[in-house]
Design a protein around this ligand. Structure first.
Ligand code: ADP
Ligand code: MG
Ligand code: MG
Length: 905
């Protein structure tokens, strides 16, 4: 027996049997459209009869260089005969003609596949017969010209515009404005001209044999699989090229046969809000694509309830039936022919993030899907949507962006532009204004301005530039690398083409897509307190095994993190506090100190400030662990840059010669003295490779007073909390260890200080000491490390740098993007943990660490902790938690649930 290439819609059971039962495989065989047409037929939904030529036939056809495989053409003819039987009509018979449509349909819905051809089976004789039959010449000739037009443009590749020109000319001649006012005669003339066009463009006359029309259409659908549009789309969307497309041939039903007929598209629920009411549009007396084409104004589906109550009721029932069957919101095409309802297509409907979460939550309540299905349906990116304000859709659509950059941190921000961090902070804090901070690029000492601003725009930098990282961490919308702009810091203006935006004028940025608009666009704030989202996240918590903590340096971030569901702080970076404007001078004094006494004094001044910081954090996270990382960066980061100092000093010396008054000169001399002091220290601290220099635990060992002070501050704060009944759980984290001896020495010094504080205060605090694992040697010797650490936290950013032997900044500014574009690496290892290298080290360290200390707490902190793919890896590696920025906590909760559910299935 030869292979079966053609399945009637009523033969979906056979297709299912052929592939072994799985619905996904039926979709591969029949395409999404064909599979669902068959499924609807089986359910008893009114679907015009028809058949599907399989994707296997398509693949075999293409492989054979355009030969129909086996007896597939014969099977198609038999299927036509079956349709004739079912409809009581005959293909090509003028006295009772069967007309069909030819519709492409791959497994995944794909723009770029062949457009549908309606009314196949018409020719001059059949048209005459149909006119006699229907008594409606206008309808028949309108249908005929549509066939010639669609067939001509789609199959014979005559440019569509030439057809439109003919119609326009005919409208002018007839003196009417819209197509629907053209008469039967007009359409007859148009059809004749269309056929002439086809002949002159192709050198052949329009095929009048219905079977030839059918054959050419089938071939065209198969061929369109390898059309340029389709190939490009598959490349972009990551769809395999060997799936092939199916062809669906279906009996025509007519929505254009008068006021009792119509056609439309509807969703079973509202696609914007998710509310459970049918939403859609229809047209009375229209065919096929008229609804989407937008040539006539459509009516809302609710009008159908008035016009044809019975049809509407039936449609409602079908919608519910299809939802129950497919267990998802459906997007349906329907046609009404003289009062009789037909369903022509159904598929899962596209929807907004809000609609997704509402529908998922509602469907669980309705008993349609289970909680784990609901959790799986919502994608991490959809949760992201709820966390950031968005530009109002209408405003977005009606405004033209003035520039485009990289969309590095989602959400919209609207504010007046400020061109440096101090101005941004001043305007935001004192002036209570919404500010967009605009910079060529940002540096660590710009952070206060970025925090104060609503959003950040930079002219340079990439996806992982400083601006992008900080923006994401703090949930600030940001567009970076908007190279079209020119920033004139002397004139204080931002320019793009002819447009000049002065400092203080309004700008709107959309970090979701990287677009920049001039002026003040209105925004809307989606709501993280959205009840449906909370439901979904609550269910996610039931499924996940990983805890989720937050990286937070300030009490307000800790509070927000907790609101978002964080179960502790995985990383508090104490250096951020050192950068605060009131503290930086003290920190600098400490670094510049010439004597130990001077240094101790400065450190002592920092103590109460740090204590205050930690107390706030411990309170905000009462009952939950708070990991505080001791000072990590090299000290020169707290001083002005070397080059800048050299430049400033040179400038000052030149200006000195022009000063008149004594006070001016004194002033300048004083500045020179200060800068000279900085310069000496900066020179002394200068390292060829600061990333690999005196930082982390090395710094703590060299200046133990400093880390001791930090530990004292932590424990004084903790004791105070405990005394006041707050369950403070500090965990002290020693950064960048490579050797267990470093850890032993530093821990001994620090734990002694902790004990001393607790003794002084006569309070016992629940605490831990642990280390970051961010150097391969630490991972390789994790058993030794574990003997001296109650917890590990993988600093996957540094661990990636040290494992690859690359610096992130240099890599991302240089070769890394080249690597990714050229497929040397598939993912940026700074965005997604490299599973084979860095992942292996983590795996090893987990195993060795747990062998020595079975209850050791192990997590990941840093940006990877908020990346869904990395979260899945952390789940597989058996970590205890991931830690990420507060804004990503809800996303991480969901991703952790996905990881657990995927691993279970
Ligand atoms: P698309 O993938 O572009 O939606 P479709 O094959 O679904 O293409 O069809 C385009 C239009 O033609 C739709 O409005 C559809 O409902 C209509 N259509 C397709 N087949 C028929 C048919 N047999 N009878 C009536 N209308 C049809
Ligand atoms: Mg189409
Ligand atoms: Mg369709």
């Amino acid at each position: 027996m030869s292979e079966k290439y053609v399945y009637l819609f009523s033969e979906v059971d056979q297709a299912e049997k052929h592939v072994g039962g799985a619905w996904d495989d039926v979709r591969s065989l029949l395409g999404g459209k064909g599979a669902n047409l068959g499924d609807m037929t089986r359910l008893g939904v009114p679907v015009p009869p028809g058949f599907t030529v399989t994707t296997e036939a398509c693949n075999a056809y293409l492989e054979a260089g355009g030969e129909f495989p086996g007896d597939s053409w014969k099977q198609e003819l038999e299927a036509i005969a079956a349709m004739e039987q079912a409809t009581g009509k005959k293909f090509g018979d003028p006295s009772n003609p069967l007309l069909v449509s030819c519709r492409s349909g791959a497994k995944f819905s794909m723009p770029g596949m062949m457009d549908t051809i309606l009314n196949i089976g018409l020719n001059d004789e059949v048209v005459e017969g149909m006119v006699r039959l229907t008594g409606d010449a206008r309808f028949v000739y309108d249908s005929y010209r549509r066939l010639v037009q669609m067939f001509g443009s789609v199959v014979l590749e005559v440019p569509d515009e030439v057809f439109e020109t003919v119609i326009t000319a005919q409208r002018d001649k007839a003196g009417v404005r819209v197509d629907s006012e053209l008469s039967a005669d007009d359409w007859r003339i148009v059809t004749r001209k269309f056929k002439e066009l086809v002949s002159s463009f192709t050198g052949q006359s329009f095929p009048t044999d219905p079977f030839e029309q059918l054959e050419l259409s089938t071939r065209a659908v198969f061929g369109s699989w390898n059309g340029k549009r389709a190939v490009d789309y598959r490349n972009a969307a990551g769809i395999a090229h060997d799936l092939g497309t199916a062809v669906n041939i279906q009996a025509m039903v007519f929505g254009n046969t008068g006021p009792e007929s119509g056609t439309g598209v509807a969703m079973s629920r509202n696609a914007s809000t998710g509310s459970p009411e049918i939403e859609g549009d229809f047209l009375i007396n229209a065919q096929g694509e008229d609804v989407v084409a937008g040539i006539r104004k459509t009516q809302p589906i609710s009008d159908l309830e008035q016009l044809m109550p019975d049809v509407y009721k039936e449609f409602e029932q079908i919608a519910r039936k299809l939802e129950t069957h497919f267990r998802n919101m459906q997007d349906m095409e329907f046609t009404i022919e003289r009062g009789k309802l037909w369903i022509l297509q159904t598929r899962d409907g596209k929807r907004t993030a809000q609609a997704e979460v509402r529908i998922a939550a509602d469907m669980v309540d309705e008993g349609l899907i289970t909680k784990d299905e609901a959790v799986k349906r919502v994608k991490p990116a959809q949760v992201d949507f709820f966390l950031h304000p968005q530009l109002e859709q209408a405003a977005r659509e009606s405004s033209k962006p003035i520039a485009k950059g990289l969309n590095v941190s989602p959400g919209a921000a609207v504010g007046v532009v400020a061109f440096d961090a101090d101005t941004a902070e001043r305007w935001a804090k004192d002036g209570q204004r919404d500010v967009i901070m605009v910079r060529p690029e940002t540096k660590p000492d710009d952070v206060h301005g970025m925090l104060a601003a609503m959003g950040i725009l930079t002219l340079r930098g990439g996806r992982t530039s400083h601006a992008a990282l900080v923006a994401r961490q703090f949930g600030k919308p940001a567009v970076v690398g908007a190279e079209d702009f020119e920033l004139d810091l002397d004139k204080r203006e931002l320019r793009v083409e002819d447009l000049v935006i002065k400092e203080g004028e309004w700008l709107s940025i959309d970090g979701t897509n990287g677009l920049v608009y001039s002026g003040q666009l209105p925004t809307v704030v989606p709501d993280l307190q959205n009840v449906n989202l909370l439901k979904i996240l609550g269910w996610a918590d039931e499924f996940r095994r990983l805890d989720v903590r937050a990286n937070a340096d300030y009490p307000r971030d800790a509070e927000r993190a907790r609101e978002y569901g964080a179960q502790g702080i995985g990383l508090c970076r104490t250096e951020h506090m050192f950068f605060e404007t009131d503290r930086l001078p003290i920190v600098q004094r400490m670094i510049l100190a010439k004597s130990v006494t001077e240094r101790t004094e400065a450190i002592a001044e920092l103590l109460p400030l740090q204590r205050g910081d930690f107390e706030g954090l411990l309170r905000a996270m009462a009952g939950q662990p708070v990991i505080i990382r001791l000072l990590d960066p090299p000290l020169h980061e707290f001083l002005p840059a070397y080059d800048e100092l050299i430049q400033d000093l040179a400038d000052l010396k030149v200006r000195l010669q022009h000063f008149q008054t004594m006070s001016e000169i004194d002033d300048a001399l004083e500045q020179i003295r200060v800068k000279q002091g900085f310069l000496e220290r900066v020179s002394a601290l200068r390292e060829a490779n600061p990333m690999l220099g005196s930082r982390g635990v090395r710094l703590g060992i060299l200046i133990p007073e400093l880390t001791r002070m930090q530990v004292r501050a932590v424990f004084e704060a903790a004791c105070k909390c405990v005394r006041e009944g707050v369950d403070a759980r500090p965990e002290v984290m020693i950064p960048l260890t490579a050797h267990v001896r470093e850890l032993q020495v530093q821990r001994a010094a620090l734990e002694a200080e902790a004990r001393a504080v607790m003794a002084e205060q006569n309070v016992e605090v629940h605490y831990k000491f642990g280390t970051m694992i961010e150097i391969p040697r630490a991972a390789l010797t994790a058993d030794e490390m574990a003997s001296c650490a109650e917890f590990f936290s993988f600093g996957t950013n540094d661990l990636t740098q040290t494992t690859f032997g690359i610096s992130r900044d240099d890599a991302e500014a240089g070769f890394l993007m080249h690597y990714i574009r050229n497929d040397i690496l598939t993912d940026n290892p700074f965005e997604t943990i490299d599973p084979d290298g860095v992942g292996q080290l983590i795996h090893l360290a987990v195993e060795k660490g747990r062998r020595v200390r079975p209850d050791i707490e192990i997590g990941v902190c840093g940006e990877h902790g908020g990346d869904p793919k990395s979260i899945a890896l952390c789940h597989q590696l058996g970590l205890s938690y991931v830690s990420c920025s507060p804004f990503r906590v809800p996303i991480a909760r969901l991703a952790a649930a996905h990881a657990a559910l995927d691993a279970a299935s």
